[in-house]
Ligand binder design. Structure first.
Ligand SMILES: [Zn+2]
Length: 144
């Protein structure tokens, strides 16, 4: 097992579907200029999932909208909030039935991209549907 230095304060996102760790960093807007420490572990072994990715981000708080966005691409991910090297809170991301203001509609002609209004999507079995233009998208389309 690859070991990575523990972070003192921040968030560890565990149980990310293998291959999605980079997307999670993108969703959280972690880029080269991020001042804190960031670790991305790809393809680590997991008893439950076979292979998984883990992301550790120092000094980062993940808000509900970001957690909703992570749930789109990694519905099994768990968030571990770290304070003074201890896990003080652990929670599962959850894909809600309705996503409000979580992502912009990928349809450039959608009214939500032209008016000052929040986007809204409904989660259906076949995908994620915009409540305004009614187009159906894949979860990955919304996580960009
Ligand atoms: Zn739309």
């Amino acid at each position: 097992m690859l070991s990575v230095e523990k972070i003192a304060n921040g968030t560890v996102i565990d149980h990310i579907k293998a291959g999605k760790g980079l997307r999670v960093l993108q969703i959280l807007n972690i880029q080269v200029d991020y001042p804190g420490r960031v670790a991305l572990l790809m393809n680590t072994t997991s008893g439950k999932m076979g292979k998984k990715d883990i992301v550790k981000i120092a000094e980062k708080h993940i808000d509900d909208k970001s957690a909703d966005k992570i749930a789109l691409i990694a519905p099994e991910a768990s968030l571990n909030i770290i304070k003074n090297y201890e896990v003080i809170e652990k929670r599962q991301v959850k894909l809600r039935n309705k996503l409000v203001g979580v992502a912009a509609c990928p349809n450039p002609n959608c009214i939500t991209n032209h008016e000052r209004m929040e986007s809204e999507f409904k989660v259906e079995e076949k995908g994620i549907r915009c409540s305004f233009c009614e187009r159906l998208f894949k979860p990955e389309d919304l996580s960009a």
